[in-house]
Structure formats: structure tokens, C-alpha cells
Unconditional design. Structure first.
Length: 487
């Protein structure tokens, strides 16, 4: 029997917890990968390892609920490299969206065959814990939802509304080829309805975890985007991020949110997540739908990039993402909703897209470039920096990046620093000011739309289930992340 009561003690920290309004000075004891005790002046002789937190803020490790490992690079490569970047940003658990079709594994077919390959390529390579959201792309996938829940512990699913008539980067003339769906099938509003009905059936068959079974939606309207893209290009009056935002206008989001919300009402599906809302109009629609359908448990998500960058200060092409970066007035509107408590979580939407793939043949043509970029490495410090400047409290930040996504998406052992929860902890020094430089990132991406932004607050050390994975800002050790079965 060990002479020690704990495996380690992190002493002299300011503990940030989502269930309190204050930050408490104290120590954190770790045993068996979980928090064993949080209290001031713990007896350091009770642990073989004592880490001096040097008075820094101890946040619960961030649960980045929106990433895209493997979309532009081989999945096994992204899992290793992009999870290292995530760890730099105080992220200890990541959720990646995955689907059949072009990009990702570039395969169609059944998830019974597809998803085990995803897990095999991921195993042993991640520096953070991880799980996957799955998108049912064809009718046969609806019959696999129960198996995905029961066998693989998948509890969250996704619909890409704009794929109804659009590819990943622009107009798609051949939907079936892009999505690799069976002949005669359409990925459209009717399919979205059937996904909702199928998932509600799964919820009814799994009442004990029904609150963790949810559907996420990328809300943009394909027909609006197609018409406006043609109009913007023909007029030729705009370029860069302004052109891309105009080609996928904010009311396209609002309309899609309205359609999705009514479908959820019509199908009795009450657990809906509205992803990466970017604009005042999107938020107007989201809040209106919440009032209209109070029986639906809507959750609303924004990305860090949409809170920090606008169409005028972002990289003119490197900042291309779906939905687009918006005007400064939209950024300010999003912050108003964050501070009002209308946003449930903040994410990175991390999708590593290297320069040679991102910019294509004409580096200045935003309509030819690929969509998406990384950013998980800036999640906690970026939100802390701008949030504190605007009056967002540390516990509120912990709710936005840790507790709320952990609870919604079934990470039952994560999201707070309290006995019985995983010892996922990010130490942040609030007195360090630094400037974003992509060369400092562990991501394979060579650029960042956040390049040059000054951030007040730096993640110095990160612990995953009690083991240090970041030390003095550098990722250390071999991959320790495991797949989390959430059902």
C-alpha cells in the first residue's frame, strides 16, 4: 500500500470553477487521474509530486466542442499534430465532426465500416482526450444511429444545411459525387427532417441518456448562398473577406435557423445545437426561435475567431471560413450576447488547412481558396484576454469553454475542478502579454487569421487526467489522449 494519499498536488493556484462566482486560492490534489480534493494549504507530504502553480489561474481544461481533424490532412497526422496545438490552448478534450464523402476519409458507405477506421487511425496519437460527432449523410445511416450510440458511445450528430445545393467551398453541380451518397438520394430538407425523426426515436429508446443525445446544425441556406455568390462575383465591387461575407449573407443564417427550428418542433426533437453563429441576424433568429419554441432546449455556439476578427482586420483570404467572418458590428453584437449569457459555448472550429491547399492557384481570389483554418491553440487565452477586457468573469469563461459543452455532449467526468472529476487543468498566467505568431503553434498550418493579435494571458501548463501535457508553454510527453465513450 502506498504511503501517499495523493499522486500529486498542484499548490498555490487560484481555482476557477463554473459553479461559483468567485475565484478561490488553494491547492488541487490529484489521485487516480481525478481531482481528489480542492482546499487551501494541503499537506504536501501526502503526494510524491508537488507542482508550484505560482499563483496562476487554474481553469478546468477546455472542452473544444468543434474541431475538424482529418478534413484537409490524413486523419492520423491531424490527430497527432492538431491535438498538440489544442493542448497549447488549454484544451484537454476535443470533439471532431466527421462524415462520409469527399474530404475526411474520402469514402462513402456504412458507418459500421467507416467509423472503426476513424477510431483506428486516432488511437494512440492524440495528446488530448477526444470524441466524434457524426453526420448521417444518407438514408441508411439513420438505421445505424442506435448502433453508433450503443457500440461506440456517440451521442451527438450533425446536419450541414448548406450541402443541400452547395459544396464545401462553393457551388456543387454534382451533390452525389461530393457526398458519395447512393444514386437517387438527396441531401436536402426532407433528409434533415428524417434525421431529426430518427434521432428522436433513439432518444425515446434511450431515456436514461436522452438529454445527452443532440443534433447540431450548420445553418446556412444553399439557395440564398448560390444566388448571392453569383451576384457578388458578377458585380465585382467587393473582394476578400467582405466579398465572401456578402456571398453568404447573414440572413442566410437566420433563414436556416428558422427552418431548422421549426423542423425540430415538428419532429418533437428537443435537443438542438446551433453552431458557429456569426451575426446579429443569426442571433436574432436564434433568440426568436427560443422564445417561439420554449420546449426546445436550444444551445448556441460561437467561435473564437468570430469574436476576435472581422472582415476588415482578418487575413483577406486566409480568413475564409464557413459561415464567414463578419463586420465589426456583428462582432460587437456577438459579444453583447456573450455577456448577456445567450451563448452556451465558445469553440475553435479548428480545421488545419496548409498554405498550399488554402490559397490555390490565385492567392488573392477568395472564391478559389479553401474554407477553414486552425485556432484551438488560442481558445482559452484568446477568450480570457478579450473577455476580461469586456467584463467577462473567469467562472463565466469556465462555463463557456468547459462545463457547458462537457455537459451537453456527454463528457460527464470533465468540465470543472472538483472531487470526482478528471484532473484536466489549465494554468493561465494573467500577467503575460504576447502576440499571435503562427510559427509558435504546434499546428501544421503556417498562417493564422489571428496573426498579430495581442493576447493578455498565457497558458503555461496543462494537465490531462493529472499528467502534465504542457509545461512552460511547450507540449511534453507522448500522446495520452483516449477516445471517450459518451453514452
Amino acid at each position: 500500500m502506498s504511503e501517499f494519499e495523493f499522486d500529486s498536488i498542484i499548490k498555490n493556484v487560484k481555482v476557477v470553477r463554473p459553479d461559483t462566482d468567485t475565484v478561490e486560492e488553494g491547492d488541487i490534489a490529484v489521485a487516480g487521474g481525478q481531482v481528489a480534493q480542492v482546499a487551501p494549504n494541503l499537506d504536501t507530504s501526502l503526494a510524491p509530486e508537488v507542482i508550484d502553480g505560482r499563483g496562476r489561474l487554474a481553469f478546468p481544461g477546455a472542452v473544444d466542442a468543434h474541431q475538424h481533424w482529418g478534413i484537409y490532412n490524413p486523419l492520423d497526422v491531424d490527430v497527432r499534430n492538431e491535438s498538440r496545438a489544442a493542448a497549447q490552448g488549454g484544451v484537454t478534450a476535443g470533439l471532431t465532426y466527421i462524415r462520409t464523402g469527399q474530404y475526411y476519409l474520402n469514402k462513402g458507405g456504412a458507418y459500421a465500416d467507416f467509423f472503426p477506421e476513424v477510431l483506428s487511425l486516432s488511437q494512440g496519437r492524440a495528446h488530448i482526450d477526444y470524441a466524434y460527432h457524426i453526420a448521417p449523410m444518407q438514408s441508411s445511416h439513420l438505421d445505424e444511429l442506435d448502433a453508433l450510440v450503443d457500440k461506440f458511445g456517440v451521442t451527438s450528430f450533425k446536419i450541414f444545411m448548406f450541402y443541400g445545393g452547395y459544396g464545401l467551398h462553393g457551388r456543387s453541380d454534382d451533390q452525389a459525387s461530393f457526398l458519395m451518397t447512393p444514386p437517387g438520394e438527396r441531401y436536402d430538407i426532407a433528409h434533415f427532417e428524417f434525421v431529426m425523426r430518427a434521432l428522436q426515436g433513439v432518444r425515446e429508446r434511450h431515456p436514461e441518456i436522452a438529454d445527452r443525445l443532440s443534433l447540431s446544425l450548420h445553418c446556412e441556406t444553399a439557395e440564398i448562398m448560390s444566388a448571392y455568390t453569383k451576384m457578388v462575383q458578377e458585380k465585382g465591387e467587393l473582394d476578400g473577406l467582405a466579398a465572401y461575407s456578402a456571398s453568404r449573407p447573414p440572413h442566410s443564417e437566420g433563414l436556416a435557423i428558422t427552418i431548422a427550428s421549426y423542423l425540430a418542433h415538428a419532429t418533437d426533437l428537443p435537443t438542438i445545437n446551433l453552431l458557429h453563429l456569426t451575426s446579429a441576424q443569426a442571433m436574432e433568429a436564434a433568440m426568436t426561435m427560443a422564445k417561439t419554441f420554449p420546449h426546445i432546449d436550444f444551445r448556441r455556439e460561437v467561435t473564437l475567431a468570430h469574436l476576435l476578427v472581422d472582415i476588415d482586420n482578418g487575413d483577406p483570404v486566409g480568413g475564409k471560413v464557413n459561415p464567414p467572418l463578419r463586420s465589426r458590428s456583428d462582432v460587437e453584437a456577438l459579444w453583447e450576447h456573450v455577456l448577456a449569457g445567450d451563448i452556451d459555448w465558445v469553440v475553435s472550429d479548428h480545421a488545419c488547412c496548409k498554405e498550399e491547399m488554402k490559397f490555390g492557384e490565385d492567392r488573392d481570389d477568395i472564391f478559389l481558396s479553401k474554407s477553414g483554418f486552425g485556432g484551438a491553440e488560442y481558445l482559452l487565452p484568446g477568450l480570457f484576454s478579450e473577455g476580461r477586457r469586456r467584463g467577462l468573469s473567469e467562472p463565466a469563461i469556465a462555463r463557456l469553454v468547459s462545463w457547458n459543452p462537457a455537459q451537453r455532449y456527454g463528457f460527464r467526468d470533465k468540465g470543472t475542478i472538483a472531487p470526482g472529476y478528471d484532473a484536466d487543468i489549465a494554468l493561465l498566467d494573467p500577467d503575460v502579454t504576447w502576440t499571435v505568431n503562427p510559427e509558435d503553434s504546434e499546428s501544421q498550418q503556417e498562417y493564422s487569421p489571428l496573426d498579430g493579435i495581442e493576447i493578455n494571458g498565457a497558458v503555461t501548463d496543462v494537465f490531462l487526467r493529472g499528467s502534465r501535457i504542457v509545461e512552460d508553454g511547450k507540449v511534453v510527453g507522448e500522446p495520452r489522449g483516449v477516445y471517450v465513450h459518451r453514452a
